[in-house]
Design a protein around this ligand. Structure first.
Ligand SMILES: [Zn+2]
Length: 217
């Protein structure tokens, strides 16, 4: 199914025009951005996250959906010319530029993690960096979990909330994307082994979730 970004909240959802599970907004069929913000045009996860974050950032600076779209279009012209190219009219460009100048533009994650890795080897305030890195992951779009998880009564509402909130971060740890520089991180990473004893609450939740996600139903 098509993976898409919600134009209202920047969350990831399935289907370009389906209602967003996070904010109940549905991208309009009349708006060409609805199709641009899908995996037909966007080909990597990182760009999904960056654009989602940017939508949330723009939201902070304008309540008008049409203006927000203009700002996003100009942002995409500048940062993602491979996804969409063109030019806004002079008036619209001015509106877009004014708002863009107030936005904190998210930088691509890969660059960030490369810089971080170098820092990690040198920096003594390792924990601060980890906190920052963790915050970056928590600021990403809510973790998109398998539809099955939603339909079955396998997880409590609180557990689903935790998965949505921490999923990107937990995934990154298990995938070895995070330097295991603290005891807690090492513990969490090790907890993916089947024979691991003494999982904490979150380790157990993530272990259980990943087991179910991997099942072929
Ligand atoms: Zn949404």
């Amino acid at each position: 199914m098509t993976l898409a970004i919600c134009l209202n909240c920047g969350g990831k959802k399935f289907g370009a025009f389906n209602v967003c599970p996070y904010c109940n907004y549905a991208n309009s069929q009349e708006n060409q951005l609805s199709l641009v913000l899908t995996d037909w045009c966007i080909h990597n996860d990182e760009s999904f996250d960056i654009i989602g974050n940017m939508i949330r950032e723009i939201h902070k600076h304008s309540n008008d959906p049409e203006i927000r779209d203009l700002v996003l279009i100009q942002y995409l012209f500048e940062e993602f010319p491979n996804i969409i190219s063109g030019e806004l009219s002079e008036d619209n460009l001015e509106i877009a530029k004014t708002i863009l100048s107030k936005c904190t533009i998210p930088s691509p994650k890969s660059e960030l993690s490369e810089e971080k890795n170098i820092e990690f080897q040198k920096n003594e305030e390792l924990n601060n960096d980890i906190d920052e890195l963790r915050q970056e992951y928590l600021n990403m779009s809510p973790y998109v979990f398998d539809i099955v998880i939603n339909e079955d009564h396998l997880f409590t509402a609180k557990e689903k909330e935790d998965i949505a909130k921490y999923g990107n971060w937990f995934d990154a740890i298990w995938n070895g994307e995070i330097p295991l520089s603290t005891k807690k991180l090492k513990h969490f990473y090790e907890a993916q082994k089947d024979d691991y004893k003494g999982r904490t609450k979150y380790e157990e939740l993530w272990y259980r979730y990943k087991k179910i996600e991997g099942l072929p139903f």
